[in-house]
Design a protein around this ligand. Structure first.
Ligand code: AKB
Length: 316
């Protein structure tokens, strides 16, 4: 049995709900404590209601469950974040600061912090975006993650906290729905294609964004967390990618499986957010430092998504 005991903050989200089960497969059900501010739809092991801004409860939880590693996933995403900027800053940035401080005081062995392509902005090179580049994010979510990356670097350099981070592109998976992001269209489209045979995209047909399949995101997250500390040379956050496509290209791939599928386009406020992000990412630092390599492309992801989602909508 594994000695490590894992705490997941923000366990009910798109990634958290999948990561909880993957971590339980690796560490044992009772070694992974899932937490969030609301109850999960399905409990697959220990769960506790926990607000990341409540530092005393965080300390208590770590002591009670003898926690050794933290995955801090709680955040308000790019689109939802724009409805309440100060709340988004508070949850995303002050939440991270409480986690880092608690990790330092309680001698947590490793912390995972997801960053995002939302740290990029209009001054960032748009193609093959380098690891080190100008960051002038346009959303509060992006601002909070950019500042968060700097705080991770600071806590590592100053206090030796072993915090590791990835700049996630848009995440696509059949297991869960995203909540309030700009890349959400790339998950919704599969559900609507199978349910109704048509989808209205809130991004223009030629908006190219970096994306990754859930299986690869889990592999990347375990890849960086399993690596020897000496291999993690970047302590703000690693660029990460797998593929880049537009809504039109994604629709064309779906049409190969659902020939009658139709898409139309009604861009909303999320278009400006997407336009401020980059088209493709250079993740060679992650590949060189700790061996990152994606396995899914647009075609294999689409095949797998449809294979998993089809039974759900068969009788609709
Ligand atoms: C969002 O669209 O806000 C997220 C992200 C790219 O971080 N999926």
């Amino acid at each position: 049995m594994h000695k490590d005991r894992i705490l997941i903050l923000g366990a009910n989200g798109q990634l958290g709900s999948v990561l909880v089960d993957k971590l339980r497969e690796r560490y044992g059900v009772d070694h992974v404590l899932a937490t969030d501010i609301t109850k999960p739809k399905i409990e697959t092991g220990p769960f506790k209601m926990l607000d990341i801004l409540n530092v005393d409860r965080l300390h208590e939880t770590i002591a009670d469950y003898k926690i050794t590693e933290i995955y801090h996933l709680a955040a308000i995403l790019s689109a939802n974040g724009e409805w309440n900027p100060s709340k988004t800053w508070n949850v995303n940035l002050n939440g991270l600061l409480s986690v880092l401080e608690v990790a330092r005081e309680d001698h947590i062995k490793k912390v995972f912090f997801p960053s995002t392509i939302a740290v990029f902005g209009n001054t960032t090179p748009r193609e093959n975006t380098p690891q080190d580049c100008p960051l002038l994010p346009e959303t509060v979510y992006g601002m909070s993650k950019t500042a968060g990356e700097l705080w991770c670097n600071y806590y590592h350099k100053k206090y030796g906290v072993d915090v590791r981070s990835l700049r996630y592109p848009g995440v696509i998976g059949h297991q869960s729905m995203p909540g309030g992001g700009t890349t959400d269209y790339a998950v919704e489209i599969y559900h609507e294609a199978l349910k109704k045979g048509k989808y209205t995209s809130f991004l223009k047909k030629d908006t190219r964004l970096p994306m990754i399949y859930m299986e690869d995101v889990i592999r990347a997250t375990f890849g960086i967390m399993d690596a020897e500390a000496s291999k993690i040379k970047i302590r703000n956050s690693y660029n990460l990618t797998s593929m880049s496509f537009t809504p039109e290209e994604l629709a064309a791939e779906i049409k190969k499986h659902i020939p009658n599928f139709e898409i139309d386009y009604q861009p909303d406020f999320r278009q400006a957010i997407a336009d401020s992000w980059t088209n493709s990412i250079d993740d060679s630092a992650a590949r060189e430092d700790w061996g990152w390599k994606p396995t899914f492309d647009l075609a294999s992801m689409t095949k797998d998504m449809i294979h998993h989602l089809k039974p759900k909508y068969q009788h609709v």
